[in-house]
Design a protein around this ligand. Structure first.
Ligand code: PGU
Length: 406
């Protein structure tokens, strides 16, 4: 023990998001509630495997011609093509002109990391601007990829809305060519998205300054229930003929969390450039994990290629989005009924999986201790983890936290 060569290793803190689940799992209370991680739960509080995913898996298992060979370095070709179409739109000129290179990666995180490493090696500007606040893993992923991370203003705690002026000022004073990370929809953790008109202003500003957009699309279809509506921001940037990167995740919208299936697309000016970019993406991927896993991508390709399955997916996706929206209304009403001090209208205004409640870290700690409700310390709650049965418990806890613990 004393002579271990690892004696000097200090214990690292748990992850700010995934660590919430670790603490939740240790709690023995029957009333415990995990609203930390962004993972969809049913009204019964159970994880959901989409019925269309079960069907796709059945057909894969029943097909004796399927083997377990390695995929190519960039993954399953059909999956890549269908993923690009899903985000850019089936009739996207960029796809028709062969200007988009898509590589299958390990979910959204892996796609961001591969994109970041490619930029660090081959792009002239190594600074990436990310929103303040953003998903906690963004700064770590991009720093380790070799980029230098800076923040742009995004959220105004006063209005609980977009700090649009601050955003325009910060991007306006960013160095020409800098990379800008944009949440395609359902901004995490704030639930605040720009309007279409604001996106258009952002686009014009970014193009006029040659800022390079890097979209993180982790919630396509989950925000509005429509895959097309949720891809609109990305499609505006693709439609202007300029270049951009997009990281896609199927964790939430197909419920494939643990299958780790996602894609990185790089939209280029010409097919010649796209081909060269792809050849370099292979050099990023090969020494990292060689090639991506087969199963998740096969499920996605099976669903996306089949018209009936695709339609069924959109219906199940809409049902998930609608259940989350209904949880927003139920929680808002429950706080109103209790006369909880404060304006809680942001609960119904915010978009996507999360509500950025405005609760401070002491209030969050109080709710964990007294009510066994788990959430991230920034006051973010996953609305997808809530159900009609647990709304009253959460509302009681928020009410108590606001009236007693502040
Ligand atoms: N980008 C954003 C904006 C995300 O919210 C997440 C997941 C990802 C990327 C990465 O998702 P993949 O699973 O790699 O596809 N955020 C969730 C899940 C837990 C986590 O932190 O990884 C969350 O609760 O914020």
């Amino acid at each position: 023990m004393a002579d271990s060569v690892f004696n000097h290793v200090v214990r690292a803190p748990e992850d700010p998001i995934l660590g919430v689940t670790v603490a939740y799992n240790k709690d023995t209370s029957p009333n415990k509630l995990n609203l930390g991680v962004g993972a969809y739960r049913t009204e019964e509080g159970k994880p959901l495997v989409l019925s269309v995913v079960r069907q796709a898996e059945q057909s894969l298992v029943n097909d004796p011609s399927r083997v377990k060979e390695y995929l190519p370095i960039i993954g399953l070709a059909e999956f890549n093509k269908l993923s690009a179409k899903l985000i850019c739109g089936a009739d996207s000129p960029a796809i028709q002109e062969n200007r988009v290179t898509t590589v299958q990666c390990l979910s959204g995180t892996g796609s961001l990391r591969v994109g970041g490493e490619f930029l660090a090696r081959h792009y002239h500007e190594r600074t990436i601007y990310i929103p303040q606040p953003t998903w906690g893993n963004h700064p770590k992923v991009f720093t380790l990829a070799g980029l230098s991370v800076k923040y742009y203003r995004y959220y105004d705690p006063g209005t609980r809305g977009l700090d649009f002026q601050g955003l325009l000022e910060d991007l306006g004073s960013a160095p020409s060519g800098a990379v800008v990370l944009l949440h395609a929809c359902a901004h995490n953790p704030t639930g605040v998205d720009p309007t279409v008109e604001q996106w258009e202003q952002i686009r014009q500003l970014m193009r006029s300054k040659q800022l390079l957009p890097f979209f993180d699309s982790a919630y396509q279809g989950f925000a509005s229930g429509s895959l097309d509506a949720d891809a609109q921001s990305v499609r505006m940037f693709v439609a202007d003929g300029g270049e951009c990167l997009v990281a896609q995740s199927y964790a939430k919208n197909m419920g494939l969390y643990g299958e780790r299936v996602g894609a990185l697309s790089i939209v280029c000016k010409t097919s010649d450039v796209a081909g060269k970019v792809e050849s370099q993406l292979k050099l990023v991927i090969r020494p990292m994990y060689s090639n991506p896993p087969l199963h998740g991508a096969s499920i996605v390709a099976t669903i996306l290629r089949d018209k009936d399955m695709y339609n069924e997916w959109t219906i199940e996706l809409k049902a998930m989005a609608d259940r989350i929206i209904s949880m927003r209304h139920q929680l808002f009403e429950a706080l109103k009924t209790r006369g909880t001090p404060g304006d809680w209208s942001h609960i119904i205004k915010q978009i996507g999986m999360f509500t950025f409640t405005g609760l401070n870290s002491e209030q969050v700690a109080f709710m964990r201790q007294e009510y066994h409700i788990y959430m991230t310390s920034d006051g973010r709650i996953s609305m997808a983890g809530l159900s009609s049965r647990t709304v009253p418990h959460l509302a009681d806890a928020i009410h108590a936290a606001v009236t007693r613990a502040s």
